[in-house]
Design a protein. Sequence first.
Length: 562
Amino acid sequence: MTTPESGAPIDFIRNIINEDNRTGKHGGRVHTRFPPEPNGYLHIGHAKSICLNFGIAAEYGGLCNLRFDDTNPTKEEEEYVESIIEDVRWLGLDWEDRLFYASDYFDQMHDYAVQLIQAGKAYVDDLSAEEIRKHRGTLIDRGRESIYRNRPVEENLDLFARMRAGEFKDGSRVLRAKIDMTSPNLNMRDPVMYRILHAEHHRTGNKWCIYPMYDWAHGLEDSIEGITHSICTLEFEDHRPLYDWFLDELGVYHPQQIEFARLNLSYTVMSKRKLLQLVEQGYVNGWDDPRMPTISGLRRRGYTPESIRNFCSRIGVAKTDSTIDVALLEHCIREDLNRHAPRVMGVLRPLHVIIDNYPEGQTEEVDAVNNPEDPDMGTRKVHFSRVLYIERDDFREDPPKQFFRLAPGREVRLRYAYFITCVEVVKDERTDEVVELHCTYDPETRGGSAPDGRKVKGTIHWVSAAHAIEAEVRLYDRLFTAENPGDVREGGDFERSLNPDSLETVRGYLEPSLAGAAPGSRYQFERLGYFCIDSRDSSPERLVFNRTATLRDSWAKIESKL
């Protein structure tokens, strides 16, 4: 009997599996699957399902399949298949040799459909889609039987064979299960099993012109693959009786369907339809735009597989829907990068500083710590010279009371270097904007401390102007301003909740250690946030950084009060 590894979280799904293993159900096997439809890119909600299915299989020493539910050729593309494979693999999960497609089983599904027709449990219906919808009834009104419901078995077999042969037009006929048009569960009111679609499939080409509906295919795929626990989201709970009916009527191996609450994330939409709308209408720059909740978008923004797996573990598994604060996801990436990301200095809104008493033409190197959280990462050398860039926000000509950074006559510490004092402010005569500062330095304060013991309240970062490299830096923020962009109570149309400031692009100056860094590399820009090199647009000739997260962490503050 398999049991989860020590320390694994216990939830209602694992309790079910533990009881199944205790009683010997499935012979102690645990076999799950992740079954995406290849009609879009995976998002953070799918990551929860991926981590759950693959995680449970690993905990119990079982197996997990990757299976594509490619039953609708009009919406599915090979591009989506490839992106899904890449995303699951990037998350660090392995299906080994168990990559399957619903289309692998089209012949067997067809034979099973013939079996139900022969048993008088399925029939060909000539009603239109609109007529079927009206006949179906409502939660209050019972459904009405089709006038074609009681066709003889031989006639249904003949019509179904002619449907497969391509004799009829799209939408002219369907195959329906014959169950109960008075059932309180609308899914049991003679659901459609096959529809006619004269469309080329990305794997089977033009072999088929009839395609199975998801409810018909789902249970059969699980059965054929020997799945023990078919884990899906709550919207399929009302479909479970149909899942069971198909398998029982066919008399085939019967997995157990278990439903859990899908992931809802604040300030985020995860409807494939809405995500596709964002892409097609140009609100974002593709499925992997770093503002998108897609796995490819999060990866491009600088999220790590470990941070996403940690997030999915922390939110757990529940039976009821709820909304998770996006701040928790942001906390998980900050927590990971704080431990592992090298520190560097960069200035995004530069202000010129000239140190008047520093020798012209002189350059020296100061030691900078790569990551104070990990002493094994060591130190690096950073160039220091007479002309520097500092962050414009680190200077105030008329500073407020709680401002402890640079101001006229004030002394501050340059990170890893010296104490400097502002002695002169140069302004643009036309705009009155500060364009340059003249400062003096104390050569006795190398390394950031004074031998006489005097203290300064402010420490600011900097880069040497002569050595800095220029980069395009994209400052990403949340894509939506409303906590629930799809809620009519918060503005109705989710497009009206789009954040006009979700992307700001600036030209920054960075320390030269970043030259030649590989796309996807992640760093903390000291005092500014976490950034990664863009995997699509960056090149040796054009360095592009994406902001992964700011240093602000509202979730950590919330958690500390719990």
